[in-house]
Design a protein around this ligand. Structure first.
Ligand code: SAH
Ligand code: SF4
Ligand code: F3S
Length: 468
């Protein structure tokens, strides 16, 4: 009798279509991939267009007002899509995840009542259960039976990050710094580090599936304090430098990067790792936000401009070719022309390979929002214009300095033109050149012949050493 049941033809699992729109930082990109993995065993398949899908996830960012407002205008576009889908007798479940979900909670459903589910970044593991409960309320069943072996099939499935040559791995989440302009400590919570063993398992798994470069992610990644591996008699916690050197032992991983760091958590061991560990790429993102000590104090950054410059000098002493990138905010409350000039001076001193720059955005609930001396938007725009012109010149000069050099390029994909490949230099620049597809996932040397603002192009040097 039992046999008959087991051998009975099983109805094919219902295919459901999932659309994910990701905003904000790389951690959101990573989280979106995890959500996709988590939902795959329930029959959800990721698609590229939102029309007619069963489940929509907006993975949102709250960092600046514009980022948060964009979510509401995008959500508005989904209302008619949801109504259209309802005509087919099937619901479209709309989920808002990420930092707007965490920060605004029920406000989202007040402004957009057609949203079905709001999930903060710390509750993604409950997503299947939460979606099922939304469906139950509608009187609909959803298959949430989790067959363990299926789950592991899915984790090993070729589509999960395996096409990519470079992957993100979150090793640290949250922030205890409370810079006075920033929402992250409120949306991502207190600082927390993943244990070393867990990180190693994930990196080995990615390596086995073809990944060659990992970028370790954290809102304060260099504050990493992960529990030591179980076989480490010393126990305690490992800092980031040690973790990087340990991960470098995974043979198939050729390149390691990490982002984003805070000047306060920079230790000498990590600085030396840039010199000692060839797999750690010579590109380092270290936000400073301002060059004025007065503004840095008001921002609660807990470092001065000269301490920041001191770190950059140490890094350049041990790894002379290191490329520095950063983040800047102009127009923080109280910023005078003199303060802004100090920022310009710091930029001239550092000479960035690339740098993000933003107008200060007043975020409700942060101390900065309540400060006196808010700066006029026109002044902010004018300062941002001057800063960005300087940064653009520096970036162009950095890229142009590569012309004539030969760089090891990790090839990631075919380029836009036939026969072209696209990869990355050690300094994270996009590099294009003609070459055989067999080079994808490999590092080969490229002589750089031309540079634009955002990319390099050149000639493959050692193509004969690899099979076409
Ligand atoms: N340490 C973080 C920073 C996250 S926010 C990290 O892991 O990346 C990224 C950048 O956004 C910040 O470095 C800062 O330059 C900018 N930013 C944050 N809050 C802002 C605000 N209220 N207005 C303008 N820019 C802001
Ligand atoms: Fe925000 Fe400052 Fe924390 Fe970075 S260090 S996430 S800017 S509070
Ligand atoms: Fe944005 Fe949240 Fe990342 S606010 S920058 S998505 S941590």
């Amino acid at each position: 009798m039992i046999e008959t049941i087991c051998n009975a033809p099983q109805p094919e699992r219902e295919r459901k279509r999932l659309f994910i729109k990701t905003y904000g930082c790389q951690m959101n990109v990573y989280d979106s991939e995890r959500m996709r993995d988590l939902l795959a065993p329930l029959g959800y398949e990721l698609v590229e267009a939102p029309e007619g899908v069963d489940l929509v996830i907006f993975n949102t960012c709250h960092i600046r007002e514009k980022a948060a407002e964009k979510v509401y205008s995008e959500l508005g576009r989904f209302k008619p899509l949801k109504e259209e889908k309802a005509k087919t007798g099937q619901p479209m479940t709309i989920t808002v995840a990420g930092c707007v979900a965490q920060a605004e909670g029920t406000e989202i459903r007040r402004r957009a009542p057609f949203v079905d589910l709001v999930v903060g970044p710390q509750t993604y593991h409950k997503l299947p259960e939460l979606i099922a409960s939304v469906h139950r309320e509608r009187g609909e069943a959803l298959n949430t039976e989790f067959e363990v072996e299926k789950k592991f099939d899915v984790l090993a499935a070729p589509e999960r990050q395996a096409d990519s040559v470079a992957a993100f791995v979150t090793i640290q989440e949250g922030c205890d710094k409370f810079c006075t302009f920033c929402v992250v400590p409120y949306t991502r919570g207190a600082q927390w580090s993943r244990p070393v063993d867990q990180v190693v398992t994930e990196v080995r798994d990615l390596a086995a599936r073809g990944v060659r470069e990992v970028t370790l992610l954290g809102q304060n990644v260099n504050a990493y304090h992960g529990a030591a591996p179980t076989n480490d008699a010393g126990g305690g916690a490992w800092r980031l430098g040690r973790l990087v050197r340990h991960l470098a032992k995974v043979d198939a991983i050729e390149r390691i990067r990490f982002t984003t760091s805070h000047p306060k958590d920079m230790d000498d061991d990590l600085i030396w790792t840039f010199a000692d560990e060839p797999k750690l790429m010579p590109y380092f993102h270290l936000p400073v936000q301002s060059g004025s000590d007065r503004i840095l104090k008001a921002m609660n950054r807990s470092h001065t401009a000269s301490e920041y410059i001191g770190i950059i000098e140490k890094l350049r002493a041990v790894r002379p070719d290191i490329a520095i990138s950063g983040d800047m905010i102009v127009g923080f409350p109280g910023e005078t022309e003199e303060d802004f000039e100090a920022t310009m001076e710091l930029v001239r001193q550092v000479n960035y390979a690339s740098c993000f720059s933003f107008k200060y955005s007043r975020r409700p609930g942060t101390p900065g929002a309540a400060m006196f001396g808010q700066i006029d938007e026109r002044v902010k725009s004018e300062r941002l214009g001057r800063l960005q012109a300087l940064l653009a010149d520096q970036q162009a000069a950095f890229n142009t300095s590569m012309v004539g050099k030969t760089l090891p390029v990790l090839f990631e994909r075919e380029g836009r033109d036939p026969g072209q490949l696209s990869g990355r230099s050690p300094y994270l620049q996009a590099v294009h050149c003609d070459g055989p597809v067999g080079l994808i996932r490999q590092i080969a040397h490229v002589e750089i012949l031309a540079a634009t603002k955002n990319a390099l192009s050149g000639r493959l040097i050692d193509k004969d050493s690899v099979a076409a």
